[in-house]
Design a protein. Sequence first.
Length: 384
Amino acid sequence: MRRETKLVHYGRPTMPGPANPPVIRASTILHDKIASFRDTKIRRETDDSLLSYGRRGTTTAHALADAISDLEAGDATFLFPSGVAAMASAISAFAAAGDHVLIVDTVFGATRAFCEEQFDRNQVEFDFIPWNTVDLSPWVKPWTRAVVVESPASQTFEVMDLPALCKSAKTHGLTVIADNTYGSGWLYRPLELGCDISVVSGTKYLSGHADLMMGAACARGDACTPLRSFVHGTGQTLSPDDAYACLRGMRTLGLRLAHHGQSSLALANWLSARPEVARVFHPGLEGHAGHEIWARDAVGCNGLLSVRFNAGFHLESFLDRLKLFSIGASWGGFESLALPVYPDQHRSLEAESEDEASGPMVRFHAGLEHAEDLVDDLQNAFGS
Ligand SMILES: *Cc1c(COP(=O)(O)O)cnc(C)c1O
């Protein structure tokens, strides 16, 4: 069955019944026989979809987790109250005192902050690696345990060669954890490229309507057990209401991403020709860092693009004149966004090719408005 069809049918309750799995709110799950209670406690250690206690999810969350496992081609999915919680948990499950972890330098800001602020006190060693690393040998120590990647990169969208990097990771016995929020299990499938865990902030495209916080970590093979143990040990959970809303949003994931991707590419091309613009960052543009790898490993782009304006560009008045693009953090909802970004402040390594242009930078999210209206809005904000 094709993915579009599966999106419609994930979690369908038995008939006669509703089209969506209902919100089932519960802490205690009641049993009438002690044997049933004891049996559930044993079986839930290997069956993530068993109804045993509210913290481990009810039918609502289980339907969402199964849907994400299917999208990501993984064996088990765990749900979290935010993307940051999912990423911090996935890393923590593979980083104990004395371990060494490699992190791509272009990783999401909160993930970078987590490593910089929490690893020291937990005696975990770490190094940042360049986004174009394919051979990990120069970085690996005998006590290296995991590699944290994100492709395309946060804010600048460089595409990593994950199949090559994962091959190298395997020869060193390392667990590879990928932040797949950009691809959200639809455009890109890190587990199929060799990663062990794929993390998605469901706050973005999975839910898709800018009205909830959610994270998911999907694991395959040997990575499932340490992750499951960490998740249960730290009491990670997602409310059934948010699980319901996320799964409802996912019904249109494919349709929305097709529109977001077309619009962002249209904006990227239009902005590339503007005299105010020094450089456009979008993995769908020819000449973009890793564009060929993206064409090989992914099936489309999302609504994001970043723009470096020429030095001296008056950013504040441009942003204030935008009407369809609002100013705000996050992305992945139906609405268009513009946000000043400062990637240089979130990198430890020298950029591969220093930008000659030093003007201000904005990350745009192309929402579900008509692309031509978005172009008109940008044109109006430029003043002509
Ligand atoms: C937004 C985001 C996160 C964090 O997700 P929240 O749900 O906001 O906590 C993590 N990684 C990436 C790449 C993101 O864009």
